[in-house]
Write a protein that binds this ligand. Structure first.
Ligand SMILES: Nc1ncnc2c1ncn2[C@@H]1O[C@H](COP(=O)(O)OP(=O)(O)OP(=O)(O)O)[C@@H](O)[C@H]1O
Ligand SMILES: [Mg+2]
Length: 419
C-alpha cells in the first residue's frame, strides 16, 4: 500500500522555511544555511513524490541551494540595507526577515501547487543578482591601444574615489560603443580588475529573456547588490537590446526594465558617495539608443578599430611568451589595418599563427594524444620563433565582417553624439 507522504513533507518544508527566515533575520548564517539546504532537500523529495509538479519543485530546490550558498551575502546586504534604510526613499528595503507569516499564507497543504512554502522573492532575486558577480583578473595592461578610452575611464574612477567638493560629480555611467570585438567588454573587465571591484556582468538580452516579467525586479536587486558591494562596476552588455524594444514592438516587461534601469541610474546621480559604483554599458548599434538612454549616459565613448600602433601592441599581448624577434611587426600591423581587423580578429590571427607554428614543429601531435595523460604532462610542446609565414597562412582564415560603410556609420554617430 502506498503511503502519501506529501502532507508531512509540506509541513516540514513550511517549518524549515520559517526557521530559515528567522535565522536569517537574527543574522545566524550557519543556521540559515542549514535550513535552506534542508528546504532544498525536502523540495527534491517532493519533486519525486508529486510527478505533475516535478520541474517546479526541482527549480525551487535549485533556488534554495543558491540561497544557501548566498546566505552570508544576503545577511550582510540585509544589515547594510537596514542601516541605510530611510535614506533611499522610494523602494522599501523591506528588511526581509520581518515579513512574518510570509509566503502563501494558509496551511500550505491542499492543492500543493508550489509546495506550501514560498521562497522569498526579494531575497531570491538578490541572490540571483549576486550570482552575477565576477572577480576580474583583467588589467589595463592587457589592453593594447585605446589609450584615450583608458585614460578617461581611469580619470572617472579616480574622481569617484577622491575627496572632492560636493558639486564635483563623477560620471556614474559610461556608454562604450563601437564595432564588435574592439575591446568593450575587456575595458569593463579591466576597470573592475584594476580596482579589485565586484564586477556585475549582465547581458541585457539574457536578463530580458530569462527573467521575463521579473527583469525589472532583477535590475533593482542588481543595483541593491551593487550598492552593498561597492566599489562595484555594473556592466550591461548589448544595451541596445533593451533600448530597441522600448520603441518598436516593445513588451510591457522590457519597457518596465528600461525605466527601472534609468531610474536606478538617476538615483545614483543624486547620491553623494565616494564609494565607486560605475555603470558601464556597451553596444554595437548606438544609433538604436533613444534620447532617454542617451541623456543618462552623457559620456559616450567610441571604441574604434585599432590603428597600426594599437595593432602592434595587441599582437604583442597575444603572443607575449613566444619569440617574435624575427617578425616584422610593422608589416603585420599594416596588413591588419587594411583588413579592418578588430582586437578579436587579432587575437584569432595570433592563435591561428601559433597553431601553424605548433603543427610544423610537432608533427605527431595526434599520436601523442594516445599516451596516458600523466605521460603527456611530462612532455613539452616544441615551439620556435614566430615568422611572417605563419601569419600569412592565418590571414586567409580570418576575415573581418566590417565594411567601410559600416565604419563610416560609427564615425558619423561619434561626431554627432559621441564624446
Ligand atoms: N584592445 C585590445 N587589446 C587586447 N586584446 C583585445 C583588444 N580588443 C579585443 N581584444 C581581444 O578580443 C577579445 C574580444 O574583445 P571584447 O570581448 O572586449 O570585444 P567587445 O568590444 O566587447 O565585442 P562585442 O561588441 O562583440 O561584445 C578579447 O577577449 C581580447 O582577447
Ligand atoms: Mg562585449
Amino acid at each position: 500500500m502506498k503511503v502519501d507522504l506529501t502532507g508531512p513533507l509540506y509541513s516540514s518544508l513550511e517549518n524549515a522555511t520559517k526557521e530559515y527566515k528567522q535565522a536569517k533575520a537574527e543574522g545566524n548564517a550557519e543556521k540559515a544555511k542549514k535550513k535552506a539546504l534542508e528546504c532544498a532537500k525536502i523540495t527534491k523529495v517532493l519533486a519525486e513524490k508529486v510527478p505533475s509538479q516535478k520541474n517546479a519543485y526541482l527549480e525551487k530546490a535549485e533556488k534554495w541551494e543558491r540561497m544557501a550558498g548566498n546566505v552570508e551575502n544576503s545577511i550582510r546586504a540585509q544589515r547594510e540595507g537596514s542601516s541605510r534604510s530611510g535614506k533611499t526613499g522610494g523602494r522599501a528595503e523591506s528588511g526581509s526577515g520581518n515579513r512574518t507569516g510570509g509566503g502563501r499564507g494558509g496551511n500550505g497543504s491542499g492543492n500543493g501547487s508550489s509546495g506550501g512554502a514560498e521562497v522569498e522573492g526579494e531575497d531570491e532575486l538578490l541572490a540571483q543578482a549576486e550570482a552575477l558577480i565576477e572577480k576580474s583578473s583583467v588589467r589595463w595592461d592587457d589592453i593594447g591601444g585605446l589609450e584615450e578610452v583608458k585614460r578617461l575611464m581611469k580619470e572617472t574612477i579616480a574622481i569617484a574615489g577622491l575627496q572632492k567638493p560636493s558639486s564635483v560629480k563623477p560620471w556614474k555611467g559610461i556608454m562604450l560603443f563601437g564595432p564588435p570585438g574592439t575591446g568593450k567588454t575587456l575595458l569593463a573587465a579591466a576597470a573592475a580588475g584594476s580596482l579589485d571591484a565586484d564586477f556585475f556582468n549582465v547581458k541585457a538580452d539574457n536578463v530580458l529573456s530569462k527573467y521575463f516579467g521579473e527583469s525589472s525586479k532583477l535590475v533593482s536587486a542588481l543595483y541593491k547588490a551593487a550598492r552593498n558591494h561597492a566599489p562595484s562596476i555594473v556592466f550591461i552588455d548589448e544595451f541596445d537590446s533593451i533600448s530597441l524594444s522600448r520603441e518598436g514592438e516593445s513588451s510591457e516587461s522590457s519597457r518596465r526594465l528600461l525605466s527601472t534601469l534609468l531610474a536606478e541610474l538617476d538615483g545614483l546621480q543624486d547620491k553623494k558617495s565616494n564609494r565607486l559604483m560605475l555603470t558601464l554599458a556597451a553596444t554595437n548599434t548606438p544609433w538604436d539608443l533613444d534620447a532617454a538612454v542617451l541623456s543618462r549616459f552623457p559620456r559616450r565613448i567610441m571604441v574604434p578599430l585599432p590603428d597600426k600602433s594599437a595593432c602592434k601592441e595587441i599582437i604583442k599581448i597575444h603572443i607575449k611568451d613566444l619569440d617574435s624577434s624575427k617578425l616584422d611587426l610593422d608589416k603585420l600591423a599594416s596588413t591588419c589595418v587594411e583588413k579592418f581587423y578588430a582586437g578579436r580578429d587579432l587575437q584569432n590571427l595570433c592563435q591561428q599563427a601559433m597553431w601553424n607554428m605548433i603543427r610544423e614543429e610537432n608533427k605527431d601531435l595526434d599520436k601523442l594524444a594516445e599516451l596516458p595523460y600523466k605521460e603527456l604532462e611530462k612532455r613539452k610542446l616544441n615551439v620556435t620563433s614566430l615568422k611572417f609565414d605563419y601569419f600569412e597562412m592565418a590571414f586567409e582564415k580570418i576575415r573581418s565582417p566590417l565594411t567601410k560603410a559600416q565604419l563610416a556609420k560609427y564615425e558619423k554617430w561619434n561626431e554627432e553624439f559621441g564624446g
